[in-house]
Design a protein around this ligand. Structure first.
Ligand code: FDP
Length: 343
């Protein structure tokens, strides 16, 4: 819907389908619109299954261990299949990278110029599932550059700055869909009775500074000294600078990020010392850090490793991990000062 001045009016309660149809941005062509709607559809199926998982025997682990050596939940596998099938069916997706698949899937018949690469984490925060805690789905969409099978790896391993859309679903007390196509961030709440996502958070802006930090502080003694100093600083009382910050940690990135996006502050998953599996943190660049970084930057925030902008990192492997500091612009900038030794 546009006003007389040609400006796009965002009305709370608008269904996602109409919202996407009325967005005349050049960035959102028919194919990308179709893909976003299909992401929303796959998420409806996942949301329903998360909701009744305990009743249909979908809680608990499988016997498998995934590519990062983590135990796999039944819902991880099921949701991965749902997402793959739903997006493959659009014939718009050439390749898919997922936390649950060691290698990307390539759909030869879909691989024509202009088709898309989708990276996703079907159930983020899945260790929360058995305790009825919030979980989510994260997605990242890029356009394919080259043609032919030889280009598949090069097409798939691209910087976050090349994303054309990204977002997440949060399956909490309500299911929320948040997305960006590079023109701001919009949030929708799923109305179960209508079976529709309705606009509830138009043009989301993250506060420039927050009052909370979000990190697994149980890992404090495994962090590098500069990370420890950041947390010591934030938790030390000082009225003049608005400290101490409060600690909030759900342990599901989507839930911690959704709160951070709304209220401001910091979310971190830092690197650990000792050369173990978390020497580059825990979170994955392509389907966790990069899409969240795109969303947060589009909402006016900042995302870095502490020394480098997340969206500028060239991935070298599909499941690469990356230290992450993300949230309000001023709070992330403060952490970067600690990492540069300026504090
Ligand atoms: P999970 O392992 O439960 O899927 O990336 C995975 C993730 O959760 C994030 O969602 C979450 O922020 C983080 O790991 C939690 O890790 P810790 O349990 O080590 O704090």
């Amino acid at each position: 819907m546009t006003s007389d001045s040609g400006q796009w009016l965002l009305k709370v309660g608008t269904p996602l389908t109409r919202h996407l149809l009325e967005d005349r941005s050049e960035r959102l062509d028919r194919d990308l619109r179709t893909l976003l709607l299909q992401v929303g559809f796959a998420a409806k199926l996942i949301s329903r299954e998360v909701n009744r998982a305990a009743l249909v025997g979908k809680l608990g682990y499988t016997d498998e261990v995934n590519v990062q050596g983590e135990q796999v939940k039944q819902l991880d596998v099921w949701a991965n299949d749902v997402f793959v099938t739903a997006l493959k069916d659009t014939h718009l997706v050439c390749s898919m990278v997922s936390e649950e698949m060691e290698e990307p899937l390539h759909f030869d018949r879909n691989c024509v110029t202009g088709s898309f690469i989708v990276c996703f984490d079907p159930v983020d925060g899945s260790s929360n599932l058995d305790g009825n805690g919030p979980v989510g789905t994260i997605f990242s969409i890029r356009r394919r550059q080259g043609q032919g099978r030889d280009h598949l790896a090069a097409d798939t391993l691209r910087k976050g700055a090349e994303q054309v859309a990204a977002g997440y679903l949060m399956y909490g007390p309500s299911t929320v869909l948040v997305y960006t196509v590079g023109r701001g961030v919009h949030g929708f709440t799923f109305d179960q009775m209508l079976g529709e996502y309705l606009l509830s958070h138009p043009t989301m802006r993250i506060p420039q500074r927050g009052r909370t930090y979000s990190v697994n502080q149980g890992n404090y003694h495994r962090w590098h000294p500069e990370t420890q100093r950041v947390i010591d600083y934030l938790s030390t009382p000082d009225k003049a600078t608005g400290r101490p910050y409060s600690l909030r940690y759900v342990g599901a990135m989507v839930a911690d990020m959704h709160r951070t996006l709304l209220d401001g502050g910091l979310f971190m998953y830092p690197a650990e010392v000792g050369g173990g599996t978390k020497s580059q943190g825990k979170l994955r660049l392509m389907y966790e850090a990069a899409p969240m970084a795109y969303v947060v930057e589009q909402a006016g925030g900042r995302a870095s490793t502490g020394v480098e902008r997340i969206l500028d990192i060239q991935p070298s492997s599909y499941h690469q991990r990356v230290p992450l500091v993300i949230g309000s612009d001023q709070d992330v900038a403060l952490v970067e000062e600690f990492f540069r030794g300026q504090r």
